[in-house]
Design a protein around this ligand. Structure first.
Ligand code: UFG
Length: 348
């Protein structure tokens, strides 16, 4: 298939591109480099041993999107581009509604006009907000608690409505839990921009010596060691799920046993197993062989105590299961973090 990958030089888009190329698909990548760099394009090509077609494009530019989709002869779209930080979305909701929602409306309007009917959308477990029951299934209530989460839920709704209106349109929303890790080649991974918001990127900067100490946000939760529990999943496992999702969408084989009737479905991507902040820290100490100082500070507002996935639907619909364990996630993340630290040292 000729597959448009939006946000191709971003964290998950870049890993998905490598897996798509490995599976024999052609990648037509777009990015505006608002949170990534051109070097990632070459890194994707080196990791996959194949070239991609690339267009620099901001999806808020509706005419540009229409022009690309009108000419690119696409079979499918994998839509990753968007902002992803809860705190930033609270401070600047307009940025989230334009970059996540307006951009998606432009993209899917052009897809509809050009009869590009196979879509996989990058969603998040954040659409569930603070779930009442665990593990989280796809039937859990959609109740996002941040502007970021609401933009993901809005775009899922848009795709559901579009699939209802256009009988040939089929879309799968993949709801990621906590992706970490990097490609085993060490060539691609999550490039930190400023102070990391997320746990593992921050831990890695303590390990490289760039930061002094990790702040653990609260150890008085009702969990075994008092720290929050999340479902961490290797980014390469997440990337592989996209290849399977794309094939399921094309064959229209998903949803037969579930509520899907209009060609729209949503799947959780997690391991089904939760790890606490202190367990992740220990795994990172093992992976990095560095001490990694930490201090316990106040809870972070908005953090749920425990979230982990019920991933059985992804297994039954796609045959997908997360395969890589926490130590592998931390080891691969560390390899990439060291490469980035070395590159930054060379530049300065
Ligand atoms: N944490 C720390 N110290 C840090 C950073 C994080 O203790 O410096 C803790 C958090 O309190 C949380 C856990 O580590 O308990 C994981 O935090 P992350 O920020 O890495 O991940 P979240 O679970 O908060 O966020 C993830 C995604 C978001 C998504 C959200 C939905 O990164 O994009 O899940 O719940 F919106």
């Amino acid at each position: 298939m000729r597959v448009l990958v939006t946000g191709v030089t971003g964290y998950i888009g870049s890993h998905a591109a490598v897996e798509l190329l490995g599976a024999g698909h052609d990648v037509i990548g777009v990015d505006d480099f608002s949170a990534s760099t051109i070097e990632t394009r070459q890194a994707i090509e080196r990791a996959a041993g194949r070239k991609i077609e690339f267009h620099e494009l901001d999806l808020r530019d509706g005419k540009g999107v229409e022009c690309l989709l009108g000419h690119a002869e696409l079979d499918a779209i994998l839509h990753f581009a968007g902002r992803k930080f809860v705190g930033e979305s609270v401070a600047n909701p307009i940025r989230y509604y334009t970059r996540n929602v307006t951009a998606s409306v432009n993209l899917f309007a052009a897809a509809e006009r050009n009869a590009i009917n196979n879509v996989v959308f990058s969603s998040s477990c954040t659409v569930y907000g603070n779930p009442a029951k665990l593990p989280v299934t796809e039937q859990s209530q959609i109740a996002p608690v941040s502007p970021y989460g609401r933009t993901k839920a809005v775009v899922e709704g848009l795709l559901q409505d579009l699939c209802h209106a256009q009988p040939k349109m089929r879309a799968l929303a993949l709801r990621y839990f906590n992706p970490i890790g990097a490609h085993p080649s060490g060539l691609i991974g999550e490039i930190p921009w400023g102070t990391p918001n997320n746990l593992v990127p921050y831990v890695m900067e303590v390990a490289t010596g760039e930061r002094a100490v990790l702040s653990v946000f609260g150890d008085d939760y009702n969990t075994p060691d008092g720290t929050c529990v999340r479902d961490y999943v290797h980014v390469v496992d997440i990337a592989k799920a996209h290849v399977l999702a794309l094939e399921a969408v094309r064959r229209n084989t998903f949803g037969n046993r579930f509520e899907n009737r209009d060609g729209f479905g949503a799947l959780n991507l997690g391991t089904g197993h939760g790890s606490s902040v202190l367990e992740v820290l220990d795994a990172c100490r093992t992976a990095t062989q560095r001490p990694i100082a930490h201090q316990v500070v106040a809870r972070r507002p908005g953090d749920a105590a425990v979230i982990y996935a019920d991933p059985t639907r992804a297994a039954s619909e796609l045959g997908w299961r997360a395969e890589l364990d926490l130590i592998t996630m931390c080891t691969d993340h560390w390899n990439f973090a060291q490469n980035i630290a070395e590159q930054q040292a060379d530049v300065s």
